[in-house]
Design a protein around this ligand. Structure first.
Ligand code: ASP
Length: 655
């Protein structure tokens, strides 16, 4: 079976067709100067937009103590951003959202933002008492703000592609979306965003955010804070006080502020005074792959809900080509009438033709099973179990699975496999999984669930790190069996993968990655596992991390400072590490100097050679207008001067 997606065993722009990821955006409203707010809808402006994001993400230098989390907000429409027109009717108003956000002190710390990024830079949240990173966010407004009842698969693909375009430049993503079809979009995205390593949160509101009494403000703020501060590599829905797994949600109320329910799966996090994440529940992709988007869906899918006296003619017509996949909503635990051979025959005929029929329950909670004869009949007719999937998840999963290049049997299997935490098929988490923590808890006379969880969050990172230090892969496995989250951080925000990348044992690193360890987590010093692998020059590990989607992050000028320091002492191996990780060897430091300037200045011949061979720009001039060759000459660095002589000419600034 050639299948790329694997699961952990523990578990708008306009509503038009999609052309290019950037096509149809208004632009980064939070970046352009006022007065230049015309729509940017054509492909020619893609580069402009991307450069605009880069500038706004980097900004001027932070003082180094201020930690920031960068979030991209995709504003697709929905009630949350709507305003009342003269008739008092709610309508989306183009180009108004960001302007209004800037006026709200809870949503924008103007003083900090202007000092750091200038007047029309990105938006910045005020510091929160409980979360460590400042949230810096850009808003990408879709040019045709969409009531979500108008959403189609084209918009899902568009959102997925937009996340792909900016994936490496942001720590997390918030999608502002109408509530009506939000669960469909969240479910679809959960499948389309493959090997996701960052947090994507969909939210909206029942009342517009700028109304005096609105749920929008809380929903938006909490989503931003979670996306910037917590590593929850899933597509989630935030509403009320709960962060839910997106593909487990359904809209449950047209009026309540708690509009979404997750009937068969607990909240991933709750936002009360503190944001409390239940890390044991996080679904972590275990494939050693880089993030990518599966940007096609099969539209020949449908939802068929049984009801008493349904005619076999209706079932027959429904199952006719071009239909390729059907979610059948049966009664209770998956039952169909036992006295309706006519319906069973139609279902059987369709599955024989290759139509995939997935059985889920009409009840809002629970799972289908073959406990009754009524359920067994479906199995015999070739209908497969959808376990406890929501209708939204089952339908979008069908559209995803059917668009894959797999044979029919593989597609049927994948529908019954837990791909993104959307279904519960195996053994539920048993209480014994907590044995280890419980034993310690008993001796400390702790008993409540909260105490147990807190103890787990203290013990597990320490035990995981000890296992990494001992290179004990078996121990890592057994700790996960006990319920440890493989990406749980210690007090310094460091995970087992950080330690393993310093230690340099490839087997341990690979094991951790296969167990779902996340490559994007930043510790208290803003270091990712990739930073550690670079600074310990573990080249093979750098390669594996990149293969799993890791990338350099942070200010390019600071990265240059580190490369310049390496060039100064002739540490060519370190420069190799940076090169492998994707750094630009010609990147200037604060003085406009490149690593080549320093290699020349200190007459590091081997390093100079390496830099020249690997494309470092010898014509680059520093702030004083000097090239590397000029410096070598001034310093009488004979070896470097000889190597650089062929390039001795007027320098060109390569900004
Ligand atoms: N009709 C709106 C929509 O789904 C409702 C909402 O945003 O809550 O776009």
């Amino acid at each position: 079976m050639s299948v790329r997606a694997r699961s952990c065993d523990t578990s708008h722009r306009s509503c038009q067709s999609h052309k290019s990821p950037w096509n149809g955006f208004t632009r980064f409203m939070s970046r352009l100067p006022s007065g230049s707010e015309d729509n940017i809808c054509d492909n020619d402006n893609n580069d402009k937009n991307i450069k605009s994001i880069r500038r706004s993400v980097t900004g001027s230098m932070a003082n180094g103590n201020e930690k920031e989390g960068h979030v991209l907000v995709l504003y697709t429409g929905g009630t949350i951003g709507m305003m009342r027109n003269e008739q008092g009717v709610l309508v989306p108003l183009a180009n108004a959202f960001v302007k209004n956000l800037r006026k709200y002190p809870q949503l924008h710390d103007r003083e900090y933002a202007e000092k750091r990024f200038g007047a029309m830079g990105p938006l910045v949240l005020p510091v929160t008492a409980t979360d460590s990173r400042r949230v810096v966010y850009n808003v990408l407004e879709y040019s045709n703000l969409c009531d979500s009842s108008n959403m189609t698969m084209d918009e899902w693909i568009r959102i997925a592609n937009d996340i792909k375009e900016s994936y490496e430049r942001f720590d997390g993503f918030v999608v502002l979306h109408g509530t009506d079809t939000l669960s469909y979009t969240a479910s679809a995205l959960s499948f389309m965003l493959e090997a996701l390593g960052k947090t994507v949160i969909l939210t909206g509101s029942q009342v517009p955010i700028f109304d005096a009494r609105s749920d929008g403000l809380e929903n938006f703020l909490a989503s931003l804070v979670i996306a910037a501060n917590y590593n929850i590599p899933e597509v989630c829905v935030f509403f009320g006080t709960n962060l839910l797994r997106g593909n487990r949600t359904s809209k449950a109320s047209a009026t309540s502020f708690e509009a979404f329910q997750s009937p068969n799966f607990s909240s991933l996090a709750t936002a009360n005074i503190k944001i409390e994440v239940d890390y044991c529940l996080i679904f972590r992709p275990c494939s050693m792959e880089k993030f990518y988007v599966h940007a096609s869906l099969n539209r020949n899918v449908g939802l068929l809900r049984l009801f008493p006296s349904i005619t076999s003619d209706l079932v027959k017509v429904f199952l006719q080509p071009p239909i390729e996949g059907v979610v059948l909503q049966s009664y209770g635990t998956g039952n169909v009438p036992t006295n309706r051979d006519d319906i069973i025959e139609e279902l059987y005929a369709a599955t024989k033709r290759g139509v995939i029929i997935v059985n889920i329950t009409q009840c809002s909670t629970g799972c289908v099973s073959d406990a009754y004869e009524a359920g067994k009949l479906l199995q015999k007719a070739g209908v497969i179990s959808g376990f406890d999937m929501t209708p939204e998840a089952a339908l979008t999963k069908l559209a995803y699975v059917l668009s894959k290049d797999w044979d029919t049997e593989t597609k049927r299997q994948m529908m019954q496999t837990n791909l993104r935490g959307e279904l519960t098929a195996g053994r539920p988490l048993a209480i014994q999984d907590w044995d280890l923590v419980e034993a310690v808890a008993r001796s400390l006379r702790l008993s409540s669930t909260v105490e147990l969880q807190e103890l787990g969050s203290i013990l597990f990172p320490a035990m995981l790190n000890a296992a990494v230090m001992r290179r004990d892969v078996m121990k890592l496995e057994s700790l996960r069996g006990y319920g440890a989250d493989i990406s749980q951080a210690n007090a310094d925000g460091r995970t087992a993968l950080h330690i393993a990348c310093c230690e340099g044992d490839m087997k341990v690193v690979q094991r951790l990655l296969k167990m779902g360890a996340n490559v994007h987590i930043k510790d208290r010093f803003d270091r990712t596992p990739l930073t550690d692998a670079i600074e310990y020059d573990h080249h093979e590990i750098i390669r594996v991390l990149l293969q799993c989607g890791a990338h350099l992050h942070g200010d390019a000028v600071l990265i240059s400072e580190r490369m310049c320091a390496a060039a100064t002492v002739g540490n060519t191996k370190r420069l190799q590490s940076y090169l492998l990780a994707g750094a630009d060897l010609s990147q200037k430091n604060f003085s406009g100097r490149t690593p080549l300037h320093f290699a020349a200045l200190h007459d590091r011949m081997e390093t100079t050679e390496f830099l020249l061979e690997n494309g470092a720009d010898p014509h680059c001039v520093d702030m004083l207008g000097e090239t590397a060759a000029d410096l070598a000459e001034t310093m009488r660095a004979a070896g470097a001067a000889r190597l650089l002589a062929p390039f001795k000419q007027n320098g060109v600034c390569n900004d």
